[in-house]
Design a protein around this ligand. Structure first.
Ligand SMILES: [Zn+2]
Length: 431
């Protein structure tokens, strides 16, 4: 028995010694290395990655005695993992995300992009490249060519204080529907239209703050239109929730926006010189795409979304590699292609849009300057607020569209809005 124990100890020691030799590339299991870093630098590591079976060559040689950050970087990059500082003594370890960079990266990219154009002419060459290549990468024309030109199915109209509401179901690809709700003003014709693609907050377009925004815009005189993300709301009943987190959702959502706009212009006497879009978070990513790819839009308001260093974390925002267009771009540059049409970027201090006042807004101002249209780009920054679509952001939306589309700001009173039950906003389309 003692002989076996001796052999066991000997073999364990041998492995330990062998693991620290040049022939074995001084390899160590990743979890052991991270544990050593944690102890050596007296930091807590929250590990949100799979370390099982991960072995790191030249493990100890990657440690920098003077810097926990450099040590973590040297260790983690081998596996495409990264760290984020959580507190003075703690870090979170997560997989590398190609769509999420740092504000410092965003700054470098914008600085580089600014070297590509110095006047309106050189900028327009670049903007045309973006429109062409993003369209091709996204593949939206292939889907639009497959769309059926079906008439929408409508629900009954519900009348409220200063506006009315109606649901629709529109068949886009054969057998595939996008459902939404339109909020109509009292005016019978020549009203502006604001398309409101949805973001990822719980309960989607059925949420109270979404309804308050759409109904208030209608009370102010615009037609506001909300619709489901692909694989959310009524779409989830048809294609399932898993369909959302796919690259296909990226292009289907843009196709839906374009087809809904086609349908609305055929169905209602909209003033086609006043067509806008507004969406928060993932809805803001759609605003950027629609503004770039559909020239019918006249004003845009991406909310808690636009950044030069983040493309949107869901495959429905970054599943197709549009940021590779024209040698590399980002949402700030794609939004700039909207110049000189009015754009208002709403940002806050507690998400990735915290950089807008110092990075993305000055960048946009420079482009708008090529058109002497600096007054057409604005930024409402709320430094103490977080990633939501709260009242101050909604007020900024009302102010922007009141200014650009000549809406009645005196009607921006959300207390007059009737919030509907989710059930009432569903079209229950006929098969
Ligand atoms: Zn998504």
């Amino acid at each position: 028995m003692s002989r076996y124990i001796f052999l066991l100890i000997f073999s364990v020691l041998s492995v330990g010694v062998n693991a620290q030799r040049f022939e074995n590339k001084f390899s160590k299991p990743l979890n052991v290395v991270l544990d050593e870093i944690s102890k050596r630098f007296d930091v807590k590591l929250r590990i949100d990655v799979d370390t099982v079976g991960k072995v790191l060559p030249y493990a100890d040689f990657r440690i920098r005695a003077y810097s926990v950050e450099e040590s973590l970087d040297n260790v983690l990059r081998f596996f495409d993992y990264k760290y984020t500082r959580q507190g003075e003594k703690s870090f979170k370890i997560t997989p590398y995300e190609y769509m999420r960079r740092t504000p410092a990266d965003g700054e470098k990219m914008l600085k580089y992009l600014n070297t590509l154009y110095n006047d309106r002419k050189s900028w327009e060459t670049r903007a045309e490249c973006l429109r062409t290549e993003v369209r091709t990468i996204l593949g939206v024309d292939n889907l639009l060519a497959k769309c059926v030109k079906a008439k929408p199915q409508w629900s009954k109209v519900r009348k409220y204080n200063g506006y009315s509401v109606r649901n629709f179901a529109l068949e886009t690809l054969p057998g595939q529907f996008v459902c939404g709700t339109i909020y109509l003003p009292l005016a019978k014709k020549n009203f502006p239209l604001i398309l409101c693609p949805n973001g990822h907050w719980a309960d989607g377009r059925y949420r109270e703050d979404e309804q308050l925004r759409f109904a208030t815009l209608a009370r102010m005189g615009a037609m506001a239109v909300s619709y489901d993300l692909h694989g959310w709301g009524e779409s989830a009943l048809q294609v399932g929730e898993a369909a959302h987190r796919t690259p296909e959702a990226h292009v289907i959502q843009i196709m839906n926006g374009i087809r809904i706009l086609d349908m609305l212009l055929e169905s209602y006497p909209v003033d086609e010189t006043r067509i806008g879009s507004n969406g928060g978070s993932g809805g803001g990513s759609q605003v950027v795409m629609l503004s770039l790819l559909d020239e019918r839009f006249d004003a845009a308001c991406p909310t808690v979304s636009l950044a030069s260093h983040f493309d949107g974390g869901c495959p429905c925002e970054s599943g197709m590699p549009v940021s590779l267009a024209c040698g590399g771009t980002n949402n700030a540059e794609m939004m700039a292609a909207f110049a000189p049409k009015p754009v208002c970027v709403i940002s806050d201090g507690k998400d990735w849009t915290a950089s807008v006042p110092t990075l993305e807004f000055p960048y946009l101002q420079r482009i708008y300057g090529f058109y002497n249209a600096m007054d057409k780009v604005s930024n409402v920054h709320l430094p103490d607020e977080r990633h939501d679509f709260g009242i101050n952001k909604r007020r900024a939306v009302y102010d922007f569209f009141a200014r650009e589309f000549k809406l009645d700001i005196s009607k921006a009173d959300e207390s007059k809005v009737t919030v509907e039950a989710r059930e009432m906003m569903m079209t229950k389309r006929k098969q």
